[in-house]
Design a protein around this ligand. Structure first.
Ligand code: HEC
Ligand code: HEC
Length: 373
């Protein structure tokens, strides 16, 4: 009954706060970033001619996937399924580079790219993403395409390898400069700035989220401004194994020997088996709007995710058909972190109310849905 109520509440939150924040940029973009905006949406660069960065990172869906498929399909023939759920790519402008000692930072769910420019080359040439072909093909398209003159004005003429680097730089500049990638205009941001107050339910939710004996969520999903005074990103940039169940809907998982090992799948970290199963802690901004959750897209509602956090250990049979932590080889299952067991049904309801305050594009003074007042 309570579970049903939580599902209904989350549906309500989603509908009432729906839509993306697609406000116009406040200051004009630099020519380099404006070029990046064109490239971000340019389908002609893809091997199939039909997809762009925006296909999987749709601005109308918080720059995340526009559907609840666990993984998106890509490649030159649009036949290759991805291996991980497409993340929202908002709020990455403060991401530190990967630090193998402190185990934090980096882009991609295993931190394998240090900058947004380095990252951009991975999907551009990735066989399961844009699959753009070789550098010559990409450079020719850019130099002959609809924004060829803008490209020339910014970068002049150069060889194919340099052109590809410039594309990556332009994509990085776009993501760093365009405020739609990091608007910091959620209700919670207004609360931190002293312009707005949380409702009673939202405030209780924040308490449960932070309480080490209940959610303990904030120990990884940082909820307070840091020493630099900047608004929290709801991630400490760290890594953890949460032990989500295997997702049979991912085509690669048809092979029972195939596992996504996260951090230790990176060749240079392969010997560190204590890192197997660990993924980077994602930001929770806009989380109530995400159609699909966790690295393997196993869950499609926030209610399910909260239920999982509360009962993974106490009622594990509900989450795993046969063996607990079945998405990891048995040898690595001890890497999975224990979870704080203290969330009541009321807490789950309240945490859902709080998390909805992290949606971008909050209009000041707007009352929360009835159940969250
Ligand atoms: C077919 C879907 C797809 C396309 C097209 C795509 N991406 Fe992604 N993107 C993903 C997936 C899946 C991941 C996570 C991959 C991983 O962790 O291994 C990701 C990760 C990212 C990240 C890192 C997010 C983080 O939290 O660290 C950035 C930034 C990004 N993509 C930008 C881009 C850009 C720029 C383009 C166009 C050049 C692009 N993507 C095209 C699916 C896609
Ligand atoms: C030990 C660190 C840690 C704690 C504590 C923690 N999380 Fe997470 N959280 C993670 C990591 C790591 C992931 C990504 C796991 C994966 O994809 O396999 C994640 C994923 C999530 C996601 C899915 C995000 C997405 O984009 O798909 C949500 C929602 C979430 N956590 C909410 C919470 C809540 C609510 C709590 C408290 C009840 C909590 N987390 C406690 C580390 C943590």
């Amino acid at each position: 009954m309570l579970r049903l109520a939580l599902v209904l509440l989350l549906l309500l939150l989603n509908v009432s706060c729906g839509g993306g924040s697609a406000r116009a940029p406040v200051s004009p973009l630099s020519p380099q970033a404006a070029l990046g905006a064109r490239i971000f949406e340019d389908r002609t660069l893809s091997g199939s001619g039909r997809m762009s960065c925006a296909t999987c990172h749709d601005p109308a869906f918080s720059h995340g996937p526009p559907n609840a498929q666990p993984v998106q399909v890509g490649g030159a023939f649009e036949q290759l399924f991805g291996l991980r759920a497409a993340p929202s790519i908002r709020y990455l402008e403060r991401q530190p580079p990967f630090d193998a000692v402190r185990l934090r930072g980096g882009l991609m769910l295993d931190g394998r790219a240090d900058t947004l420019a380095a990252q951009a080359l991975l999907p551009l040439f990735g066989a399961r993403e844009l699959d753009a072909g070789d550098a010559e093909t990409v450079a020719r398209k850019v130099h002959q395409g609809v924004y060829a003159s803008e490209f020339k004005a910014v970068y002049g003429e150069s060889d194919a390898a340099t052109t590809v680097q410039q594309i990556a730089e332009a994509l990085q500049a776009f993501q760093l400069e365009d405020p739609r990638f990091h608007p910091y205009d959620s209700k919670y941001d207004a609360v931190l700035a002293g312009h707005e107050r949380l409702s009673a339910a939202e405030a209780r939710g924040l308490q449960a989220f932070e309480d080490p004996k209940r959610g303990n969520c904030a120990s990884c999903h940082t909820s307070r401004p840091g020493a630099d005074g900047k608004p929290p990103l709801f991630t400490d940039f760290g890594y953890a194994a949460v032990g989500v169940a295997r997702n049979a809907a991912i085509p690669a998982n048809a092979n029972p020997q195939s596992f996504d090992l996260g951090l230790c799948q990176r060749p240079e970290l392969a010997a560190r088996t204590e890192l197997c199963g660990l993924f980077r802690t994602p930001s929770l901004r806009n989380i109530a709007r995400r159609p699909v959750y966790f690295h393997n897209g196993k869950m499609t509602s926030l209610a399910q995710v909260l239920d999982f956090y509360a009962s993974r250990d106490s009622e594990s049979a509900r989450w795993y058909p046969a063996e607990k932590f079945d998405d990891l080889p048995a040898a690595y299952r001890s890497n999975v972190i224990p979870l704080a067991p203290g969330l009541s049904a009321q807490d789950l309801h309240d945490v859902a109310c709080f998390l909805a305050t992290l949606n971008d594009g909050y209009a000041r003074g707007r009352p929360p849905v009835e159940a969250c007042r």
